[in-house]
Ligand binder design. Structure first.
Ligand SMILES: [Zn+2]
Length: 540
């Protein structure tokens, strides 16, 4: 049986841009549009031309995408003609393949918010759709508050949708604007709509205010809708929009959907999904959600000992899909609950066992080195280390105990000074300066550096000392730095978790624990540098 085509409409750049704290530049928007286009999304909604300078600029030039590049805006204002509405004119002039109009479909909003009559609102929908089609654009109509409107007055809500469809709109999109609808309501209401408008002209736009935007999108598809609107990582105002990063793999990997539907995203592109999700976080300067379904660092992570040994025998025992299909990977966490199986599984995953075999060393579960490593991990975790969120530090520790880290350099001594003073302009400034002494072989190096803070100053000074390794580590940059104070044993200690990213996009997570925050930071920093040197096969 031929599968039906299901269309994906991304609104990260329009609705997603409404997120608290998100402010896309023109370059951000172009980069994200390109990323969505590469992925194979059908529609990319760029923004609202005329509403702000960035969006106006975005639509000032034709953006060559395979996806249908879409401009968003309002239908003509009540009481005006289409030729006498500057907002509509800007929208019609936008260099876009499609125009997505938003219109009220709840009679209460028409009266109270728009202060006009039901008939004038319908006329505005008809006129705007006709004007955009006259300009050669594909047309979509977002029916705002459709589900609440339908509950209050089904006849009028349907009349709004039907008005656009009858004038030739390609899609009528049912919006759960305040995000309060529940899946069984969405399924029932969409089921009624598709009796009047064919389902392959009906879309769903769900918000996540009851954490069911993804479920609501699927409920609409089950009832007959054939376009899903959403955003990357569920970005969007309040609790966000339907998360395409969860929707896409579900459509691609779950038989209920794959057997019936085809989407524009190939199996191959699906493997870049985790990367796309993390790249957006990177652009927003946010740490990726470890617990994000499919793409989070913890999505395929297993902790307890018995699960880990089962996973080594057959991964399907504990995984609902194969992690690599979405560009993620399996992780077996090393923690104080760990058994030897966890440690071995983790060494295997990191390729350490293969590497050892390659140099003629075989390692078994009862190898004394494995036992020693396990005891070392447990002792460290008792003192505040936590390797489940610091896989890179675990690998450095494991390599050390297996004799797989060359002696690149030793930090012999460091000193850091933080000074607060008034500068020549009479402004209060805080300056950090560090001096680091390092031994490489028989040579000693001492460098000093200023930095934005004590850790940054130490990093800069250390990198000066070990300049001979610069080509291997210059692209390694800090992306996240977190500090927690905890009570381990009898002392309060500081735990620092650092995330770095290298030029290949690999994320390094390292940890340091000490009574002193600077010392903890340096430990974590050193692990990331040493790991990168090992991975780059840097000569000691
Ligand atoms: Zn919305």
């Amino acid at each position: 049986m031929a599968r039906e085509r299901l269309y994906l409409f991304d609104t990260t750049l329009r609705d997603g841009a409404q997120t608290n704290g998100v402010d896309f530049t023109l370059n951000d928007k172009l980069a994200i549009a390109k990323m969505l286009d590469d992925l194979g999304v059908d529609y990319v909604e760029g923004g609202y031309p005329g509403a702000n300078p960035t969006d106006t600029q975005l639509f000032a030039e034709a953006r060559k995408l395979d996806a249908t590049f879409t401009a968003f805006g309002m239908t003509r204002r009540p009481g005006r003609s289409t030729s006498n509405d500057p907002g509509l004119a800007a929208l019609l002039d936008a260099k876009a393949d499609a125009i997505c109009f938003v219109a009220k479909s709840w009679d209460y909003h028409v009266r109270v918010a728009l202060e006009t009559t039901e008939e004038e609102n319908l006329a505005s929908i008809r006129d705007s759709v006709r004007a955009a089609i006259g300009k050669g654009r594909e047309v979509l109509l977002d029916c705002e508050h459709f589900f609440d409107g339908y509950k209050a007055n089904p006849r009028y809500a349907l009349a709004c949708a039907k008005a656009a469809y009858d004038q030739g709109a390609r899609w009528v999109v049912l919006c759960d604007t305040n995000g309060g609808a529940l899946p069984h309501e969405v399924e029932a209401i969409v089921g009624e709509v598709v009796k009047v408008i064919p389902g392959d002209h009906v879309g769903i736009h769900a918000h996540n205010d009851t954490e069911q935007a993804v479920a609501n999108s699927f409920a609409a598809v089950r009832a007959g809708a054939r376009q899903i609107q959403g955003t990357l990582n569920g970005l969007g105002e309040r609790c966000g929009n339907a998360n395409l990063v969860s929707i896409i793999p579900t459509l691609k990997l779950k038989p209920e959907f794959t057997d019936k539907f085809e989407i524009g995203i190939s199996d191959d592109k699906l493997k870049s999904l985790a990367h796309a999700s993390h790249r957006l976080d990177e652009m927003l300067n946010r740490a990726p959600n470890r617990h994000a379904p499919y793409v989070g660092a913890s999505a395929f992570a297993t902790k307890a000992g018995i699960h880990a040994s089962a996973i080594m025998k057959d991964p399907a025992t504990y995984e609902h899909v194969v992690p690599e299909t979405v560009g993620n990977k399996r992780r077996v966490l090393v923690s104080d609950q760990a058994g030897k199986s966890n440690v071995l599984a983790e060494l295997d995953r990191n390729g350490l066992i293969a590497e050892l075999n390659g140099i003629g060393i075989s390692i078994e579960k009862d190898d004394p080195r494995i036992l020693r490593l396990l005891e070392d991990v447990k002792a460290r975790e008792a003192n505040g280390y936590s390797y489940e969120n610091a896989q890179t530090s675990f690998e450095v520790l494991a390599r050390r105990s297996l004799g797989m880290v060359p002696n690149y350099f030793d930090v012999v001594q460091f000193d850091v000074n933080v000074e607060q003073r008034y500068n020549a302009l009479g402004e209060k400034v805080t300056v950090a300066m560090a001096v680091v002494k390092v031994k490489i072989g028989n040579e000693t190096y001492i460098s000093a550096a200023e930095g934005k803070g004590p850790v940054n100053a130490l990093d800069v000074a250390l990198r000066k000392d070990i300049a001979k390794f610069a080509p291997y580590i210059e692209k390694l940059k800090l992306t996240d730095y977190r500090v927690r104070i905890l009570n381990a044993g009898t002392e309060a200690v500081t735990r620092v978790l650092i995330e770095c990213e290298d030029e290949t996009g690999e994320r390094l997570s390292t940890i340091g624990v000490s009574e002193n925050i600077i010392d903890a930071s340096v430990q974590a920093l050193m692990d990331s540098i040493v790991y990168k040197l090992v991975k780059s096969n840097a000569p000691a």
